[in-house]
Design a protein around this ligand. Structure first.
Ligand SMILES: Cc1cc2nc3c(=O)[nH]c(=O)nc-3n(C[C@H](O)[C@H](O)[C@H](O)COP(=O)(O)OP(=O)(O)OC[C@H]3O[C@@H](n4cnc5c(N)ncnc54)[C@H](O)[C@@H]3O)c2cc1C
Length: 272
């Protein structure tokens, strides 16, 4: 295990040592090692690098350090005021034990199609900062999830931040449905953000990658909005059958999850 003191040292290690792997909170890594799925010669632990646990406000944007815990994303007052939809999605990750240890950077870098927070980051149009010895680039979350368990992060890059724009006026709702138990991975999750005349929808667990769609919501009542949302998500639904459900069940649950999120958002709009 390498324990660099600076970000420069960390990215230098990623470009020089054999078969490196960034170590965030370790919640996913530890399980994959125990399952005999994961082998890495050189873990690069980010825990000792000062500054990576900072949440930094900027002009309409919060920059979240990669080692900020999922628990803090759920509870930090600045996150809750700036992007309540994101705070709610982080709040619904697993259980308090996992949330205390898992990091925001590790969560998104993990690239799992079932992750909850990316659904909110997609609709909020957040970006990921990716650093390497070549410098830092900014990747829209909408371009981050490339394929099953594959992200836009290169092998010698690490997630050095997540930039979250302020949640715009309107209504935002996150809904998660699990089939094996309350704290389990979702079988379907959805973030819906209605702002101006546009409805943004982020989907988790219903396809090999988190998905984003948007549709026009001009003049729609709640039923019209549900119909528009269901039509918009239909081409994106490509669930992977597993112990949590088959394809038909997951498609049905995806539709029900989106419908619940849309109806809740519309109710909020009416009471705003
Ligand atoms: C029991 C259990 C239940 C769960 N349920 C849910 C759930 O309901 N919803 C949900 O969203 N998630 C769920 N998770 C997943 C959880 O969110 C992830 O395990 C966690 O977010 C990963 O964060 P970590 O910091 O522990 O990452 P790690 O385990 O340290 O790393 C995970 C992956 O990300 C890479 N990585 C870590 N940090 C960085 C970085 N800064 N830059 C580049 N790569 C990096 C690692 O190399 C590794 O490939 C669950 C996990 C467990 C163990």
């Amino acid at each position: 295990m390498h324990r660099p003191d600076t970000l420069d040292e960390a990215v230098e290690l990623l470009s020089t040592v054999d078969n490196p792997m960034v170590y965030g909170g370790g919640t996913a890594i530890q399980i994959l090692i125990k399952q005999g799925i994961l082998f890495a010669d050189n873990f690069v632990d980010l825990a000792g690098i000062p500054g990576l646990r900072e949440i930094t406000p900027g002009a309409g944007v919060l920059t979240v350090g990669p080692m900020v815990s999922v628990r803090r994303m759920e509870t930090d007052q600045r996150v809750r005021a700036h992007a309540p939809l994101a705070a709610e999605a982080y709040h619904q990750v697993a259980n308090p034990r996992v949330r205390n240890t898992a990091s925001a950077g590790g969560n998104i870098a993990h690239g799992d199609y079932r992750l909850d927070p990316p659904t909110a980051l997609l609709v909020l149009d957040a970006t990921v900062l990716a650093s390497s010895v070549r410098g830092t680039r900014e990747i829209p979350v909408r371009e981050f999830f490339v394929d099953f368990q594959e992200t836009a992060i290169e092998h010698d890059e690490l997630v050095s931040g997540i930039r979250i724009p302020a949640q715009p006026p309107g209504a935002g709702r996150f809904v998660k449905n699990s089939s094996l138990g309350e704290n389990d991975w979702p079988c379907a999750s959805a973030s819906v953000l209605v702002t101006g005349s546009t409805m943004h929808i982020g989907l988790g667990a219903v396809a090999p990658t988190p998905r984003y769609v948007a549709c026009d919501a001009t003049g729609l009542d709640d039923q019209g909005a549900v119909d528009a949302a269901l039509a918009a998500i239909e081409p994106e639904l490509d669930p992977i059958p597993d112990v949590r459900g088959g394809v038909a069940y997951k498609r049905r649950l995806a539709r029900a999850t989106v419908e619940d999120a849309v109806r809740a958002a519309w109710k909020d709009l009416q009471h705003a």
